[in-house]
Design a protein around this ligand. Structure first.
Ligand code: FE2
Ligand code: FE2
Length: 283
């Protein structure tokens, strides 16, 4: 363990006390929509959201594996409780997205295994990354991925472009995941700082993770589109050049702007206090 630990031990969990450690199950009846272009009839937006879902279980497995492996390094009881709650939420997310993805592949005729293989999705990325880059790198990755997830969650709950045209069952489903991503957004970040207490690697990993996540989602979307018999260049062009995705106020630039405070050396995820937003959706 890093020698800086004592320095950070008093400043270990900054998730607000108002956040309760709840892990919800979703009852959203979304399956009936999966065979359709359920995002208001827009095939590109539908495939983009489906691609995000397809990536989630492998990412969630990495997060769970890393945090599980680091429980022994956490001294703060509040943070330890948060880690266990975080794992419960991610286990639920992963199970539900696996159900979603299986049903998606069945109804749209995608070959699950082939889609994973061709999109370079690895279900054992913790082992692979740990072997190549070490434990600190893995934990930095979890902090970065979780920050990106919470940004996406916040956008889904606040930016009407995400949900407009979606059936209510899909809105319920994506809202459920978004709420919990915002609730536990600082857990991995606090674990990383409490153990390693330095930010340079964290910043480096964020640059890489944001890029890598974008590439993987693009790759899954292209493969899905191709499996439906269309030239992948069409969806590639939409993602990289459309106003909705790549315009000045498009999804990609908005995410980029929301990431930038992360590079401040005093940054903490709860500097952006979403308590009111959460209260709106959970009470
Ligand atoms: Fe999740
Ligand atoms: Fe998460």
């Amino acid at each position: 363990m890093n020698g800086n630990m004592e320095k950070f031990v008093l400043d270990i969990s900054r998730t607000p006390e108002s956040i309760t450690y709840i892990s919800r199950k979703t009852n959203a009846q979304y399956s009936k929509h999966l065979s359709e272009d359920w995002h208001g009839g827009d095939r590109f937006k539908t495939i983009l959201m489906n691609a995000i879902s397809f990536l989630l279980p492998s990412g969630e497995k990495l997060l769970i594996d890393v945090i599980n492996n680091n429980l022994k390094n956490i001294n703060d009881e509040k943070l330890l409780r948060e880690c266990k709650w975080f794992i419960r939420q991610e286990v639920n997310h992963s199970a539900e997205h696996i159900r979603y993805n299986n049903s998606l592949c069945d109804s749209r005729g995608y070959d699950y295994e082939k889609l994973q293989l061709e999109s370079h999705i690895n279900r054992n990325s913790y082992k692979v990354v740990k072997r190549a880059l070490g434990e600190q790198y893995c934990l930095a990755m979890t902090a970065c991925i979780e920050h990106l997830n919470s940004i996406a969650g916040e956008l889904m709950l606040t930016d009407k472009r995400w949900f407009s045209g979606m059936p209510i069952e899909m809105i319920d489903f994506w809202e459920w995941h978004s709420i919990e991503e915002i609730e536990h957004k600082a857990v991995c970040f606090d674990v990383y700082l409490s153990i390693y207490g330095e930010r340079e690697l964290l910043h480096k990993v964020m640059r890489y993770s944001a890029q890598q996540l974008g590439h993987t989602i693009l790759s899954i979307a292209c493969n899905m589109y191709q499996m439906e018999g269309h030239p992948k260049e069409e969806i590639e062009t939409w993602i990289t050049q459309s106003e909705f995705m790549a315009g000045e106020n498009g999804i990609l630039k908005t995410i980029e702007r929301k990431i930038s405070p992360f590079y401040d050396f005093n940054f903490h995820p709860w500097d952006n206090d979403n308590s009111e937003l959460l209260a709106k959706f959970t009470t």
